[in-house]
Design a protein around this ligand. Structure first.
Ligand SMILES: C[S@@+](CC[C@H](N)C(=O)[O-])C[C@H]1O[C@@H](n2cnc3c(N)ncnc32)[C@H](O)[C@@H]1O
Length: 280
């Protein structure tokens, strides 16, 4: 397992994923019921953008650097920008918060957070980063296996973030299996699945499979292409597929995708939102 998120933290893909995540957290913590959040692939939690790994790619500068410099960026990014501000000294942009910090920021005392991380070094870093008072459970192990065993059954409020590295060929199949398993336990669960876009056939095929696996549930696909998909060896874009999205997600999600495509994409970039599943 070679993937290190530190190379990519704060890049265009994180901006889309984290804009949608913070919006979901806002929507799902409005009600009185406690929310459980399961983060199947949590990462290290906080990233030093001046560190060697990040500086080698320069991806953060083109991503979160550009977002923080744009005072007119759409409001869907406000919670992410505020979270970046909280982990940095005033006017500094050294650190970038991963999904665990964004989730920890948003949860209330009655909510629960279960973070899964397989790499021992990133797991150890995550344990240092998460505030003790949150009562978060940081599981050192396989999120694919662990998530269905800890998902609270319906009608509990549940958000599952699925953010694998996609370095293993079977990550697509495992994501579909997890989706099926979670919906069997809790049909009201909201799932957000991040995936890379390299070529259209793989992306469309996965979307069709999600639609089948989540038949009867609403499915929103939020997609960015940084450039036309002519070279399948490159990361040409990414998507976040949201199963059982809260009402109204479509508008802020589109604003996020369009801003990223316009500000970070090349000629022929696009950002769009598609409702691919029917509601129950
Ligand atoms: C894309 S990164 C996660 C980023 C994080 N969700 C965020 O938004 O800040 C994927 C993480 O999954 C971890 N990982 C890989 N396979 C895993 C598995 N089967 N279970 C749990 N974690 C895994 C990797 O070590 C890596 O830290």
């Amino acid at each position: 397992m070679n993937y290190r998120h530190a190379f990519h933290a704060g890049n265009f893909a994180d901006l889309l994923k984290h804009a949608i995540l913070t919006r979901l957290l806002r929507d799902l913590t409005v009600g009185a019921a406690p929310l459980t959040v399961i983060d199947t692939h949590a990462g290290a939690g906080l990233y030093d953008l001046r560190g060697d790994l990040s500086r080698r790619t320069g991806e953060a500068e083109a991503g979160i650097g550009r977002l923080m410099a744009d005072a007119d960026a759409p409001s869907v990014f406000d919670d992410l920008k505020a979270a970046v501000g909280r982990v940095n000294a005033p006017k500094e942009g050294r650190y970038y918060p991963g999904s665990p910090v964004l989730i920890a920021n948003a949860l209330r005392p009655r909510d629960r957070y279960i973070a899964c991380e397989l790499r021992p070094d990133d797991h150890a870093a995550l344990k240092q980063v998460l505030p003790r008072e949150l009562g978060a459970v940081v599981h050192k192990g396989d999120g694919w296996v662990h998530a269905p065993t800890v998902a609270p059954p319906s009608p509990a409020a549940l958000l599952v973030l699925v953010d694998p590295p996609f370095e293993q060929g079977d990550d697509y199949v495992r994501a579909l299996d997890l989706l099926t398993a979670i919906l069997a336990v809790n049909g009201r669960a909201t799932l957000a699945i991040w995936l890379p876009i390299k070529d259209l056939a793989t992306y469309d095929g996965f979307l069709g499979d999600v639609e089948d696996a989540a038949a009867g549930h609403a499915v929103l696909a939020v997609e960015i292409r940084l450039r036309p998909l002519t070279d399948p060896m490159r990361l040409n874009g990414c998507a976040v597929i949201v199963v059982n999205p809260p009402p109204g997600l479509e508008i802020p999600a589109r604003a996020a995708a369009e801003w990223i495509a316009t500000k970070i994409g090349e000629d022929g970039a696009l950002g769009r939102v598609t409702m691919v599943g029917g509601g129950a």
